[in-house]
Design a protein around this ligand. Sequence first.
Ligand code: GTP
Ligand code: MG
Length: 692
Amino acid sequence: MPYSTEAIRNIALVGHGGCGKTTLVDTLLQAAGTSRGHGGNNGSGGNGAAERTNMVAGYDPLERKYRHSLFTTPSYIDYRDVRIHLLDTPGYPDFIGQAISALPAADTAAVVIDAQSGIEMMTSRMMELAGARGMCRLIIISKIDTPGIDLPALVLRIQELFGRECLPINLPAAGAHEVADCFFQPDGDADFSTVAAAHRALMDQVVEVDAAFMETYLDQGDIDPEILHAPFEQALREGHLIPVCFVSAQTGAGIAQLLDIFARLMPNPAECNPPVFYQDTPGQPQARKRIHAVPDPAQHVLAHVFRIAADPYVGKVGMFRIHQGTVRRDGTLYIGDQRKPFRVSHLYKLQGKEQIEVQQGVPGDICAVARIDDIFYDAILHDAAEDAHIHLEPIPLPQPIYGLSIEPRKRGDEQRLWDILQKLCAEDPCLRVDRMMSTGETVMSGLGELHLRSVLDRMTEMYKTEVITHPPKIAYRETIAAVAEGHYRHKKQSGGAGQFGEVFLKVEPLPRGSGFEFVDAVKGGVIPRQFLPAVEKGILQAMEAGPVAGYPMQDVRVTVHDGKSHSVDSKEIAFIVAGRKAFRDAVMKARPLLLEPVVSIEVTGPEENMGDITADLSVRRGQISGMRRGHGDSALVSGLIPLSELNGYQSRLHSSTAGRGGYTISFSHYEAVPPAMQQRMAGQYKEVADEA
Ligand SMILES: Nc1nc2c(ncn2[C@@H]2O[C@H](COP(=O)(O)OP(=O)(O)OP(=O)(O)O)[C@@H](O)[C@H]2O)c(=O)[nH]1
Ligand SMILES: [Mg+2]
């Protein structure tokens, strides 16, 4: 079906693990009569909704094993002349990086809340992230068939936490077997509140963004919802309205209404806040330009790669969202700053695992290319060489903090293991692999135990590699606490050609989480332009192992401001060495610090054990921030705690609560370790280094 940008809706389904996203996507696909790709309908039949077998969205055997989605899966529905792209994202905290990295591909974040579990850790996180990116938001309360739930209380709680702009657009009716529309056709009865009251609240909110409509509304006492499209979109865009709707994938209640909401009320790609891109001029950080993509099919192509899937059989698949221009089969595209374009010999739409060949993609489309080796996550695809150095506004991904040291079971397989790890990292922006300078080990880090376990499973299942693992390592990092100057003059005269390079630089601490910044402030070409990348390379080498305990460094700005070169002896290697040593020199004077990851934690357990649980957390440097009642006699405490204090926590909790306690963590931030601990770890590192 050929379609225009205006006929596209891009919806990311996000929310806490197990809230019902994958089941909902499958039910929506089924309801819209979309042919399912892989696997087909296996005849589980009936309304078959909440079955986990015949699914487009959750097809991966590992996902079935874990009973959680591990990756974002795109699919689409053609409904009432509208093409609805659905991105089913994982919600389990260990896989949340996939959900966050998929947000830039969507215009609407549909935040799914389990009617029984209520607001959970990832609900709030996704509400905030989507709001911060200026996305339109919709709240879907799922599983309304569950007996004994208190939906009015949940709606109040949502409004309390996320604002009065969260307003029901439909309401459960007939004992939650149906839902009653409160926007277009506000008649009928609801299980609580009234359709009329919900309708009024919605209208009040929508007309508030437009004086003319407000006047008509006040004059006439009501207004035809059909003419409110523009103010409705404006209210969504401005975060002035967050509609709340109700569904059960089990009974089908609210499913048809949800399709209608997507098609008639959610924004098309031209109606939402445009994503922010930056264009850089190499070597001149001050020259960064902010640009907006225009959803115009006739302009240059700008597309953003939001997911890479590496499969040993299918090859590398790059999924991207087109923000501007038209991508055509047989056209050529550049990847980021790479000089050589590739030919789009096949262009696909993805329906779960199935790839469907298409001729073109228009602005707003979500498409994929396969077997392009150089494509990478977060790359910008463009069709004009001058559009290099364009980036999407950075996506705040959680940092991999949970480490595991690994080695191949078979000796001699080290390189193969390293290559596989690189492929897995390409797929997963929250997975990272380091070779630790201090110990020579290979450490892979991720967001949690389950995350790493799933990676190990993929290694065995997909790449048939067995590995030996060693106990979790904490991903400590290093940084500096002060500004300092550094200098190094590298001069080598050995027989023939010599080496010469001299570098003066300044290091400064950056706010936590900002990574690394390299500033070129060299005047008069004292270090020739072509050698600056070498200086940066030397600095990056030095940052791999900090001076305190050999952990990678972060949150440092380095300004190279002076130096010297020699017309014959200056070469790349000389500036790599000079950059590395000048940086070390500066860092030693800049009060190096050891950082440790701190996580948000939510612990649930019987109310009577809460005293012990909080006391235990406090002893372990935890800070309790809240406590509330859960279901029945259970309670929940939340707070922050250094990850290193959680070693063996599961089994401690298990024994103190007679097996009823559980917890989830997610990365919060890095913090300096207490001085005594830094001293101890530095001492141990020195011993190892001295022995080597
Ligand atoms: N009663 C009831 N159960 C449901 C409904 N929808 C889903 N479930 C069940 O809820 C569980 C979790 O559903 P999923 O669809 O896998 O949840 P998810 O949000 O995709 O979970 P993650 O992939 O981990 O983020 C499954 O056991 C489903 O059968 C519903 O409408 N009613
Ligand atoms: Mg899922």
